[in-house]
Design a protein around this ligand. Structure first.
Ligand code: NAD
Ligand code: TYD
Length: 348
């Protein structure tokens, strides 16, 4: 039985990856390591917590001794590393927290994997999950390819860029078998309502204002989170060692157009008069260092591994909005903070 460590599995993307791996690979023993920061929520993976091939481990990747002991205890065959501080606005307030988790935490995992595998890399793999934000900002034209030079602008993207560099360096220097992916903005269920789409859905439900940064003419490429999980599964199993793959939705939206679309759909779902939600849009002070445009050329993963998004944006957004409307208790638990009690109840 293969032992696989997934870090950050109580977070947004990690929970989808853990669910997929636990259900699809009963022959793997899946360990979900998560510190349960504000972004980690065990309610995100309630449906699989009693599966035989699943173990939750509460712990901090910044704690070097703990990580070393964990690798000694379990001798993992593979690592999928998603744990991170992930919100740009928080990185502007507290950059050091991002260096600790995203850089030092990744270093601890790299060292533990390298030491535990002792140069016998047969059947081993370290998969680092990263972001397209490491490439910086595009102008009106062009796409990020795997060859685009790194040019991060926020403390978040700088910390992710740094961790990406260390992963590559461990591949070059120590021969560590790694794969790395850089993905565009995800959306879907279990997304913490501080990021654009879940925040705005929650605010529309509660008739709260929709704070659009600057003039709203910033562009992001949006990918349905379950399609990201499918891509991660594929890269983990079939990606080539020491390779990077860009993952994207072929789906660019200006923030303001996306927000208006959300407003229209939500008016319909909530049976409110057309135009009601748009009245909630409020232009607010811009984010410092705000990247103008991200857009991904995902042709390499398409050509080499046959991956492409399985749902259109319309389908993905419909599923996402329905999920938040049907799971308002989850939203309330997250916004009130009471989701934190779940760990106590479940594991004390
Ligand atoms: P998230 O913030 O929703 O979840 C992060 C998880 O990591 C949480 O469960 C949190 O408790 C855990 N964590 C944080 N610090 C930790 C620590 N020190 N030790 C152990 N666990 C810790 O993040 P997400 O949106 O699911 O992103 C997951 C990964 O994917 C990140 O590496 C992020 O950079 C990358 N990514 C995200 C997006 C996106 O649109 N959300 C896009 C591309 C790449
Ligand atoms: P976000 O979801 O924070 O993702 P990222 O910054 O990683 O792309 O933001 C997506 C876009 O939406 C980004 O251009 C910033 C903008 N934004 C707002 O206009 N208002 C908000 O309240 C938030 C959270 C984001």
């Amino acid at each position: 039985m293969k032992k696989i460590l997934i870090t950050g599995g109580a977070g947004f993307i990690g929970s989808h990856v853990v669910r997929r791996f636990v259900n699809k690979y009963p022959e793997y023993q899946i360990f979900n390591l998560d510190a349960l920061t504000y972004a980690g929520n065990l309610e995100n993976i309630k449906d699989i917590e009693n599966k035989e091939n699943y173990t939750f481990v509460k712990g901090d990747i910044v704690d070097e001794n703990f990580i070393n002991e964990l690798f000694k205890l379990h001798d993992f065959d593979g690592v999928l590393h998603l744990a991170a501080e992930s919100h740009v606005d928080r990185s502007i307030e507290d950059p050091l927290a991002f260096v600790k988790t995203n850089v030092i935490g990744t270093m601890n995992l790299l060292n533990a994997a390298k030491n535990s595998w002792k140069n016998n890399f047969e059947g081993k793999r370290f998969y680092h999950i990263s972001t397209d934000e490491v490439y910086g900002s595009l102008g009106a034209e062009g796409l990020f390819t795997e060859k685009t030079p790194y040019d991060p602008n926020s403390p978040y993207s700088a910390s992710k860029a740094s961790s990406d560099h260390f992963v590559r360096a461990y591949g070059e220097t120590y021969g560590l078998p790694y794969v790395l992916t850089n993905c565009s903005n995800n959306y879907g269920s279990y997304h913490f309502p501080e990021k654009l789409i879940p925040l705005f859905i929650n605010n529309i439900i509660n008739n709260k204002s929709l704070p659009v940064y600057g003039d709203g003419n910033y562009t992001r490429d949006w990918l349905f989170v379950e399609d990201h999980a499918i891509a991660i599964d594929l890269v983990f199993h079939e990606g080539k060692n020491h390779e990077t793959y860009n993952i994207g939705g072929f789906n660019e939206w200006k923030n303001i157009d996306l927000v208006k679309l959300l407003c229209t759909i939500m008016d319909g779902k909530l049976e409110r008069e057309k135009g009601t939600s748009e009245k909630l849009i409020t232009y607010v002070k811009d984010r410092p260092g705000h990247d103008l445009r991200y857009a991904i050329d995902a042709s390499k993963i398409n050509k080499e591994l046959g991956w492409k998004p399985s749902v259109t944006f319309e389908e993905g957004l419909e599923k996402t909005i329905n999920w938040y409307l049907n799971n308002q208790e989850w939203l309330q638990n997250v916004t009130s903070g009471s989701y934190k009690d779940y760990y106590q109840k479940q594991y004390s």
